[in-house]
Design a protein around this ligand. Sequence first.
Ligand code: DX5
Ligand code: ZN
Length: 218
Amino acid sequence: MARLIAPSMLSADFGNLHRDCRLVNKSAAGWFHLDVMDGMFVPNISFGFPVCKAIAEVAEKPLDAHLMIVEPWRYIERFAKLGVQYLSVHYEACNDRHLKDCIKQIHELGMYAGVAINPETPAEVLIPWLRQIDYVVVMGVHPGYSGQKYIPETTEKVAVLAEMIAGAEADCFIEVDGGVGLSNIAELEKLGAGVFVAGSAAFSADDPKAAIRALAGN
Ligand code: DX5
Ligand code: ZN
């Protein structure tokens, strides 16, 4: 997979949400990244269904929703109804039975299933799941806020995961989320990541479209 940029709408201007959605439509971005936070799994609360719906109404590219919430299995169907195509839940929010149920529901509803892991969660926990999921979300920051500094150990984790995926002969891509920018994106891609979430690197730039183009390597 070529380098795909998923701008995080958490960093958009919510007073001009449709304008920023149109900007992403016209940009080199591949997807929209939706960061859903519940104030329980992470300390912060971001947005829920009404905002996701407003984005879905204007988005002309696939929606990639990242659920930083407890009990994610309760909400999977509602994200499918919104038209989300890529849905990730956190490993840390689930026991094995829950994770199995989430993956099953996501697939039965016709979406791609991702599992996200926090910085302190070792890549190895995903070994039993790699052949059942479509992507892994490797957090480059502690989830909860955009604009944080990239945790350098993430790079090694991406390399380990890429080897694990190859070793398992799994058909699974790696998405890196948090702290991604021009200083680390090329190396992460070289090590095997294919999708890159960009919050502040995209929307804090003077010219977000140019920033997204640069991140995409165009
Ligand atoms: C963090 C979110 C990220 C974040 C990305 O909890 O999952 O998607 O908003 O923002 P940046 O790119 O600024 O780290
Ligand atoms: Zn995210």
